[in-house]
Design a protein around this ligand. Sequence first.
Ligand SMILES: [Zn+2]
Length: 109
Amino acid sequence: MLRSGDAMAAEGAAMSQMKPCPFGCSSEPQVIDADQAVHVVCKDCGTTSFRCDYGPSKGEPGHYPSSAVARSEAIEFWNHRPGEDRLESRILELEAVLGAGLGGPTKAG
Ligand SMILES: [Zn+2]
């Protein structure tokens, strides 16, 4: 069982792992936990992740057993950006190719 200090440290780590808003806002996202549901919201433009409900389930799909689980799922939804991840890895590949090509001066002709 986590002590409250550890829980806060764990939360701080999770918060720092959240990606910035995908729409170019400089504001950090914020986790909203209210009415037995958690979602992540951009403080600037209001872009919102999927809503993750928790608490007593009536058998609905996508219902989480606790606030902590719903919170980590909401953060995961917020951070899930397959296109962005693909571009990032492609940029790294191309940078590696360019870096290899910049090993020395090249002569044209
Ligand atoms: Zn935003």
